[in-house]
Ligand binder design. Structure first.
Ligand code: MG
Length: 258
């Protein structure tokens, strides 16, 4: 079996990762507050670019493997990696998933949230949002020193499946901190192996992507980025970055302004 490679961040790096994570959390908050029906997703992406620059940092996604946006904006049946477009207008009742990555002084913050634009979510939308958020929080609760990556994966999956929804399997969470994607991967479904042991200094982006219908997804053959549910049913995405400590995980992207 391949060695279980993990990245442990030093005491010297962690303050910088904290600041980048807080910048990403602030931008995500600002963008969630700014989402309005009638806006195009390109307008939202441009606003994201402004707000990211105002932190003193830059987008961690722009140019990553050629990604053309400041942030990822995914509507309704779009799961992740949607690109802002001038001809894509947000409608009342759309589910809007925003994924914000900020690079600040060589450190990375990464977080995501789904909201309903312009009105209260329908009961079905609310159930999907609740299951995804609660799955994330269950994963964070399992992210403790001495546990294994698979404890996080199993905790997320259990909540989501108990709520009657499906976890996306083709995309997973990841280590994060000085690079956007670091070892280890953090799946949102149980594995056969327990994965890496969690230890202080590990920083993980835990990010369940949850579908109303099938777990299966397709990548848009045109833009090669946008991921959609295979059956066209809705999807939601919540993500926090956490630091493994001696005790409970520290949620680095918890917005300190609210
Ligand atoms: Mg991520």
């Amino acid at each position: 079996m391949a060695p279980r490679q993990v990245i442990i961040h030093s005491e010297r790096e962690i303050p910088g990762i904290r600041l980048a994570a807080q910048a990403a959390a602030r931008v995500l908050d600002e963008l969630c507050a700014a989402v309005r029906p009638g806006m195009s997703t390109l307008e939202l992406d441009e606003l994201a670019g402004e707000r990211i620059r105002a932190t003193g940092g830059g987008s961690a996604f722009l140019g990553y493997h050629g990604f053309p946006g400041q942030i990822c904006i995914s509507l309704n049946e779009e799961v992740v990696h949607g690109i802002g477009r001038a001809d894509r207008v947000i409608l009342p009742g759309d589910l809007v998933s925003l994924d914000v990555g900020v690079r600040l002084d060589g450190f990375i913050g990464d977080n995501a949230r789904t909201l309903c634009a312009g009105r209260e979510p329908s009961p079905g939308q609310q159930a999907l949002l609740d299951a995804t958020r609660e799955g994330l929080m269950a994963g964070i609760a399992a992210a403790v020193n001495g546990n294994f990556v698979n404890d996080i994966s199993r905790a997320v999956e259990q909540v989501v499946v108990n709520c009657g929804f499906a976890v996306v399997r083709d995309f997973v969470g990841h280590g994060c901190g000085t690079a956007l994607h670091e070892a280890p991967e953090v799946p949102n479904f149980a594995q056969r192996q327990r994965g890496a042991r969690l230890q202080p200094g590990m920083v993980l982006a835990i990010e369940p992507m949850v579908n109303q219908g099938t777990h299966r997804v397709n990548v848009d053959p045109g833009d090669k980025w946008t991921v959609r549910t295979a059956d066209g049913a809705l999807s939601a995405h919540f993500e926090h970055m956490v630091l493994i400590t001696q005790d409970n995980a520290e949620i680095l992207t918890w917005p300190k302004t609210v």
